[in-house]
Design a protein around this ligand. Structure first.
Ligand SMILES: Cc1cc2nc3c(=O)[nH]c(=O)nc-3n(C[C@H](O)[C@H](O)[C@H](O)COP(=O)(O)OP(=O)(O)OC[C@H]3O[C@@H](n4cnc5c(N)ncnc54)[C@H](O)[C@@H]3O)c2cc1C
Length: 575
């Protein structure tokens, strides 16, 4: 049952498990745990319901969900970034049922086999190895035919995919004029841009067709495909508009702190309620929400907590640190084609036509993925940077940068005329690390988020090379007669120094923050949770969300979070 606010909850607030955050991971956990009718779960979500959030269902409208001021977003912003010419900008996080899986851009990937093997290595837990984790793909993924029903032979390898899992995904469901040219480029320049077709299955390097969490032209998310299965179970209570303010330590003094009490409220004026978990509290509030709740509960770096007047219960410096994220730059080209999405996005009349087409049939460009292809690529082994810096990639089967190709002007506002394509180059193996911390003891105050982008010589080197490599891709013969010019003043940036300045002036986040409550081996002094995701030094408290990933993977992060949550559900059930 879904309760609209904390005061609507009548029954005694005692459950086996309390899950904080009905986002990507939280909904997997709540759904899996309540498969056992004997187990009771309270799921607390600060945001609203997804039910009337129409734009969450229409794939091409995804970017509208995160515009500043959106009621589906936390409306956070990052602090001014020295590595980005002092700029600061909004950093979206979903605030509704489904969390970021309800607002994200739906790219679906799982990371490289190296990523998972490195998680296993740093945690000294083979359970995180790729060979063990890949089974959760079959549990999570339900690959369905693309919306336009085209023949997908050669676009994916069935052995790499799940067809009977829970979350529906699909190959691109609407063709773009870029598709054929991208494939042709891989044939013309196979050494630099090998065609792999399917970049899933841990074996990611190359250019291939991109999967998205879209089924029948509609977004699938952790609420549509997981929580909706469990929503009517009598052993699950879901409360929306329930902002968790802090956890309470209920241990006797001198004993290991026990965090099985959760305080939550609708807003600053409303009554604060307290619920108790008989077994565990599971924090799934995301890479910002989770460390913020820990800090407000006295789990964090003593000096920082004391400066805010918060009593330290567990002095843990790693809480909120080690933030790593993907950062990238989009190069926009004007193109000689009327078949891009630009006209639909800038002309209300054309948009209305497509909207009624989508409403009636779920077909057409509004049900399309934001890009149809992805490329995961490495710097050459003899790059000069490796003379001074060790290769930070997760392994030799992992990338340093990624390309995404979109058939429209991805900036805002779209120019009133002409047609465009956008080529995004993202840094995938960053060495810069940032932090997130509460700014006050007020649970409703926004945090200080400092991703510390492009703060190392490797990061700026790799992104400059990525932007140059993207230009080589588009300057190949396949694009003659289609690409008009690099749009705007960016084409004036020719030297490495000029491209570096361009990147620092214009790059942005891919919104893949991880690592702020990282998992580490049982005895490691750094990190926040042990390999079973239990908070070190506490009793009854576990974390399952993007914050526990110690490195940002070779993936858009929802896929790894789904796999992580599926394994965590097994760990909890088998405890
Ligand atoms: C705009 C955008 C685009 C993205 N695009 C992609 C993409 O295309 N592909 C991809 O793979 N990844 C993408 N990502 C990233 C991906 O969606 C996230 O990494 C992933 O969903 C994180 O899952 P999570 O469970 O850690 O957190 P979330 O899904 O964000 O869940 C956290 C939940 O906790 C709730 N919460 C937080 N604090 C509290 C509190 N105090 N009390 C109660 N509830 C609380 C939140 O409201 C939210 O529902 C994107 C993210 C964004 C924001």
């Amino acid at each position: 049952k879904v309760y609209n606010n904390p005061s609507a909850l009548e029954r005694s607030l005692l459950y086996d498990y309390i899950v904080v955050g009905a986002g990507t991971a939280g909904n997997v956990i709540a759904t899996r745990l309540t498969e056992d009718p004997q187990v009771s779960v309270l799921l607390l979500e600060a945001g609203v319901s997804n039910v009337d959030a129409f734009n969450t269902t229409v794939p091409l409208l995804a970017p509208t969900l995160s515009v500043p001021g959106s009621r589906y977003d936390w409306n956070y912003a990052i602090s001014p970034q020295p590595g980005l010419s002092g700029r600061s900008f909004p950093y979206p996080r979903g605030k509704l049922l489904g969390g970021s899986s309800s607002v994200n851009y739906m790219t679906y990937s799982h990371g490289s086999s190296d990523d998972w093997n490195r998680f296993a290595q740093v945690t000294e837990d083979d359970g995180w190895k790729w060979d063990n984790m890949k089974r959760y793909i079959y549990k999570n993924e339900k690959l369905v035919p693309p919306t336009d029903g085209h023949n997908t032979t050669g676009q994916f390898e069935p052995r790499k995919h799940g067809f009977y899992g829970t979350l529906r995904d699909s190959l691109p469901g609407f063709p773009t004029p870029l598709d054929e040219r991208i494939i042709r480029t891989t044939k013309q320049l196979p050494n630099e841009f090998p065609y792999i077709g399917d970049t899933s299955g841990g074996d990611i390097l190359g250019i291939g067709w991109k999967l998205s969490t879209i089924a029948n032209g509609t977004r699938s998310s952790s609420v549509t495909d997981y929580l909706n299965l469990a929503i009517d179970r009598p052993n699950l209570d879901i409360v929306i508009n329930a902002h968790v303010t802090k956890l309470l330590n209920t241990a006797l003094s001198g004993h290991i702190p026990i965090f099985r009490s959760v305080q939550f409220t609708e807003n600053e004026e409303a009554q604060v309620r307290t619920a108790i978990a008989k077994k565990e509290v599971i924090l799934c509030a995301g890479s910002f929400g989770t460390p913020m709740i820990l800090q407000r509960s006295g789990i964090g770096e003593r000096v920082a907590l004391e400066s805010l007047g918060i009593e330290t219960i567990i002095d843990k410096r790693s809480v909120g640190r080690n933030l790593s994220d993907h950062v990238g730059r989009t190069t926009i080209y004007s193109v000689l084609s009327n078949d891009t999405f630009d006209d639909i996005l800038r002309s209300p009349d054309k948009f209305q036509v497509e909207l009624s087409n989508w409403t009636q049939n779920k077909t057409g460009p509004l049900g399309a993925a934001l890009s149809n292809h992805v490329g995961w690529l490495r710097l050459p082994q003899n790059s000069s940077i490796f003379e001074t810096v060790p290769d930070p990639a997760a392994g030799l089967r992992s990338s340093h940068f990624e390309f995404l190709f979109s058939s429209y002007y991805t900036g805002s506002p779209i120019p009133p005329s002409r047609h465009f394509m956008s080529v995004r180059a993202n840094l995938i193996s960053p060495t810069s690390r940032g932090s997130v911390s509460i700014s006050s003891s007020n649970p409703f105050a926004n945090p200080i988020i400092n991703p510390n982008y492009l703060n190392t010589s490797f990061d700026i080197f790799a992104l400059v090379e990525a932007v140059k490599t993207a230009r080589r891709f588009i300057n190949s013969d396949s694009w003659i007669g289609f690409v008009e010019e690099e749009y705007g003043s960016s084409e004036d940036a020719k030297t490495d120094a000029e491209i570096e300045k361009l990147i620092r002036d214009t790059a942005g986040s891919v919104f893949h923050a991880v690592g702020t409550a990282a998992m580490s081996s049982k005895n490691a002094r750094w990190g926040v949770v042990d390999p079973s995701l239990l908070v070190k030094g506490a009793n009854g408290l576990r974390i399952v969300d993007a914050s526990v990933l110690p490195f940002v993977p070779n993936a858009h992060t929802q896929g790894p979070v789904y796999l992580l949550a599926e394994r965590a559900a097994d760990l909890i059930k088998n405890k």
